[in-house]
Unconditional design. Structure first.
Length: 138
């Protein structure tokens, strides 16, 4: 096999890989579009699968611009969801500890737990050792 044959084989393989990537992106876009009816999704899917080269080209010509808009909206939605998750996760820990301590203090004030139990539970929540003379809970 000559170098030229290897280069041509690599070219065709890369073209096939690019086409598969494009096909997956188009199928994802078809099912991501909330404005398209179910019948439209079915028709485009069948067209792209049964006539792959022509179907992909027609889809890109007919819906290429809106495909980019949907991808941008999805990226923005994903970014907002990620930022919301990070904000919730970063705030959750301190408020969780303070809520637990407030609950323990309320139980102690109502007499549901003793002062010694309160100190042990507080040490467990804070991650420190219990006061001296007090057994640590297991």
């Amino acid at each position: 096999m000559s170098l030229w044959d290897v280069m041509v084989s690599i070219f065709w393989f890369m073209l096939l890989a690019a086409w598969f990537w494009l096909l997956i992106m188009i199928m994802t876009d078809i099912f991501r579009d909330s404005e398209m009816s179910g019948l439209g999704k079915a028709a485009w899917s069948i067209f792209v699968v049964l006539m792959p080269w022509i179907g992909v080209l027609v889809y890109l010509i007919a819906r290429g611009k809106s495909m980019d808009d949907r991808a941008a909206r999805e990226a923005a939605r994903s970014e907002r969801a990620f930022r919301k998750y990070v904000q919730e996760a970063s705030v959750a820990e301190p408020s969780s500890i303070s809520t637990e301590l407030a609950s323990l203090a309320d139980l102690r004030d109502r007499g549901s737990i003793s002062a010694a139990d309160y100190e042990q539970a507080k040490a467990r929540v804070l991650g420190t050792s219990a006061p001296s003379g007090q057994p640590t809970p297991v």
